[in-house]
Structures are given as C-alpha cells and as structure tokens.
Design a protein around this ligand. Structure first.
Ligand code: ADP
Ligand code: MG
Length: 216
C-alpha cells in the first residue's frame, strides 16, 4: 500500500496480501467455522471456505494478476467454481462484483475501494435476498462496508479505515447470536437457530480481520 500526495492508494500487492491473510485465517479457523455450522446448519462451512480460499490462493499463484480488479475477479470466479455451499456463490459474487467496480489499474484509491465494497454487499443481497437482521453474512458485511465508507469520508488513513471495518464486522458477527435465522439453511431451525453465531457472519469477520492485517 502506498500513500500519494492527496489520496491514499491501494495497490495490487495489498490485495494479494489480503487474500493470503484470509486464506490463512479461514484455514486456522476452519474447525470453529464448522462447529458453528454444526449448530445451525450442516457442518460444512469451515470446509467450504477453506477449500474455496485454498483454491483462490492456488489460482493467484498460478498466474498472478496485475491489477486489483483482476485479483478480485479471479478470486470470485474461483470461489463460485470451487465451493458448492450457499457461501461459495455468495462470496464469489461479492469478490467478482467488487472487482468489476474497479478500474483496471495497478492501484485504486481508498474511496474507490469503499465503492467496490458497497458493490460486494449489493451483489450478496441481490443474489441471496437477505437483509440485515436475517442472521447471515450480511450482518457482518453491511456494518463493515458502512464503517469503511464512513472512515474514508472522514479522511482516515487506510489502516485506520480497515481497522474500523474489521471491528464493525466482528461486532456484527457477534450480534447474530441472539437472532433467529430468516435466510439460508439455519432458517429451517426457526427459533432453535437463536443462541448461536452465524457461521457466514463469522467467516466475513475473518475476511475483514485479514484486511486489517494486510493493511498493518
Ligand atoms: P450451506 O448453507 O449451503 O451449507 P455454507 O455452510 O458454506 O453453505 O454457508 C452458510 C452461510 O451462508 C450462512 O451461515 C450464512 O451466513 C450464509 N448464507 C446462507 N444463505 C444466505 C443468503 N440467502 N444470504 C446471505 N447469506 C447467506
Ligand atoms: Mg453449511
């Protein structure tokens, strides 16, 4: 990541580092994610995201893309191809939409990154139809995207903006515990889904924690 005279810029190595951090994080947390999914789903979320991000890491190593846009589009397409669960197409769409919003340049501004995150959220909501409060990944993603946009608007440094997003995502994931699921597999449990953290919200929090790590 570099900082220009006026606008903070985020470069291709930053996006590669972010994906590397998230692949590591979901691998380390694989069992916890699976346990969360065992409680209110079918116990495959850890395996799904680990398989997906391991494949993304491999695809990026095979042919390192030269722009943030290309990194994100490749990551998204790989997730869609490799992950069968609900989370694969949802995360895949998020990354792909994020990439498609960006210019095909080796660096993007922090403001452009914030707009791209907004497109990721819109993509997830269009595909999955979940609103905040439905106990899904949207409950971590939406507040994180908002926190990032707010920080960017306030002129925060990239590392501070990304830290704010990571905190909002973690808080959003924790806040899914008392909710009843209204979307996805967990919704089949009705009130019995109450009292457990949503696995997809938990993995989204890891993705934003990885963003903060890549920035720091
Ligand atoms: P599956 O539910 O097919 O087994 P995963 O276990 O990998 O897939 O992912 C489950 C997670 O996907 C949930 O915890 C939730 O966060 C997310 N999810 C499921 N359905 C939706 C949806 N319609 N919108 C947003 N997120 C969803
Ligand atoms: Mg599952």
């Amino acid at each position: 990541m570099t900082t220009a005279h006026e606008e903070p810029l985020v470069d291709t190595p930053f996006f590669l580092a972010w994906i590397e951090e998230m692949a590591t994080a979901v691998q380390v947390e694989r069992d916890r994610l699976t346990e969360l999914d065992a409680a209110i789903g079918d116990a495959d979320h850890g395996a799904n995201v680990d398989r997906g991000f391991t494949a993304v890491r491999q695809a990026l190593a095979d042919g390192p893309p030269e722009t943030p846009r290309a990194v994100l589009v490749l990551a998204g397409s790989t997730l869609i191809r490799k992950v069968g669960g609900a989370s694969g197409p949802l995360y895949g769409t998020a990354f792909r939409q994020m990439g498609r919003t960006l210019r095909d340049a080796p660096e993007v501004t922090l403001a452009e990154l914030a707009v791209a995150f907004d497109a990721a959220l819109a993509g997830v909501q269009k595909l999955g139809g979940a609103a905040e409060g439905d106990k899904t990944m949207v409950d971590a993603l939406a507040p994180a995207v908002r926190a990032l946009a707010r920080a960017v608007q306030d002129g925060s440094k990239p590392e501070d903006a990304m830290a704010a997003a990571a905190e909002a995502a973690a808080e959003g994931a924790r806040a899914t515990v008392p909710l009843q699921a209204r979307k996805g597999r967990a919704s089949y449990l009705g009130p019995r889904s109450i009292g457990h953290e949503d696995p997809g919200a938990a993995s989204t929090a890891l993705i934003f924690a990885a963003l903060r790590k890549a920035a720091g």
